[in-house]
Design a protein around this ligand. Structure first.
Ligand code: PLP
Length: 375
């Protein structure tokens, strides 16, 4: 009998829907560089502009505010490094593509519930305000799914004349995100987190931000992102955005039901952020005494793919900066695993995890690491 495999790591990357794969394949077969003026070039450009419209509809922005990039990482790097900000305040739970983009960031603390400390931010803004100040806060955290009060951050930052960037990579396609209504100045997105291909993203930016390119060369993307467009992946990003737009409400309900089903079965575990607003697809579980990496390996042997904290940093065994920022004990941080679901996840998948998890915690975990160095 074939081993059952269950993928519960959508925050690391989500599988593409069949319609997105078809769109990608058709676009990949299109001849022409979108910068060329001939018919072939214009056809390729049309695919890019369709994707721009589809993305603009999903996040309610103007098409001219979208700059296609090679990833969410690139979008975050560009706004932090190439928009002329002198002071940058970043929440202490940001993704490494923000945290490591500059070495002069001032970190904004989060409260023990994982929500940004707006009082602390106000004190920071008071003591260091200037026309070139940026506040950067993610929409939803990749490790915990905890959602930040971005509208409140914007209100506060504007009182002190600061601009606001929002890394919405994990929120897009999972919960409604309205760029214009939020009032942020820029936002980053990544296609592979919402059913699109890997290696393509976008920076959404208001016209009054003095942005310069991070990648220099041809004049693509209004001189703000050089390099021949990845036509197939951008077209597929657009298709994924269209599908997300059409299914977001029903998927939200379906995923929140699965989340409740999952979490009601994990009675002996601690769920991070259980009492605050969270993404419907993310559950971060702490099981005291059980090493994260050991749990991930044991679950993998049972056919269930989950992650130990952020997948982008897997391989490095270090306490999560997100959980430590929330004041969680270092040992407990190393006992956490993250499950993240998506469009293909079923109740059977969740039940597969629950039985593997229950079996794992009834046995000594050492058995699962036989022959390997215990971490
Ligand atoms: N921001 C957040 C919150 C993420 O979770 C990730 C990836 O995990 C990124 C940015 C980087 O996106 P990309 O994988 O497109 O570089």
């Amino acid at each position: 009998m074939e081993k059952r495999l269950t993928y519960l790591d959508y925050n690391a990357t989500s599988p593409m829907r069949p319609e997105v794969i078809s769109c990608w394949q058709a676009a990949a077969a299109t001849i022409g560089n979108p910068s060329s003026v001939h018919t072939f070039g214009r056809d390729a450009k049309q695919l890019i502009e369709t994707a721009r419209l589809q993305l603009a509809k999903l996040i309610n922005c103007q098409t001219h505010e979208i700059i296609f990039t090679g990833s969410g990482t690139e979008a975050n790097n560009q706004i932090l490094r190439r928009a002329g900000f002198a002071n940058v305040f970043a929440s202490s739970i940001e993704h490494d593509s923000i945290r490591l983009a500059r070495d002069d960031l001032t970190l904004i603390p989060v409260q023990t519930n994982g929500i940004i400390d707006l009082g602390a931010l106000e004190q920071q803004l008071k003591s260091s305000v200037g026309p070139k100040t940026l506040v950067t806060v993610m929409f939803a955290n990749n490790e915990t799914g905890i959602i930040q009060p971005i509208a409140d951050v914007v209100k506060l930052a504007k009182q002190y004349g600061a601009a606001v960037h929002c890394d919405a990579v994990q929120a897009i396609g999972k919960i409604p995100v309205d760029f214009t209504a939020l009032g942020v100045d820029s936002m980053s997105i990544s296609a592979h987190k919402f059913g699109g291909p890997q290696g393509v993203g976008a920076l959404i930016v208001k016209a009054d931000i003095a942005l310069k390119p991070l990648i220099i060369g041809g004049g693509q993307e209004r001189n703000l992102r050089a390099g021949t467009h990845n036509v197939a992946s951008i077209a597929a990003l657009g298709k994924a955005a269209e599908l997300a737009h059409n299914t977001i409400a029903s998927e939200y309900t379906r995923l929140i039901n699965l989340q409740q089903h999952l979490e009601s079965a994990l009675l002996t575990a601690q769920i991070i952020g259980k009492d605050v607003e969270r993404l419907p697809n993310t559950t971060n579980i702490i099981m005291p005494g059980a090493q994260s990496s050991t749990q991930v390996m044991a679950l993998d042997l049972a056919g269930v793919a989950v992650s130990a904290g952020a997948a982008c940093s897997s391989g490095k065994v270090k306490a999560s900066h997100v959980l430590t920022a929330m004041g969680i004990d270092k040992d407990l941080c190393n006992n956490s695993i993250r499950l993240s679901t998506g469009w293909q996840t079923t109740k059977d998948d969740i039940d597969h995890f629950i039985s593997a998890w229950a079996a794992m915690h009834k046995q000594p975990l050492e058995l699962k690491t036989k022959g390997k160095k215990k971490v």
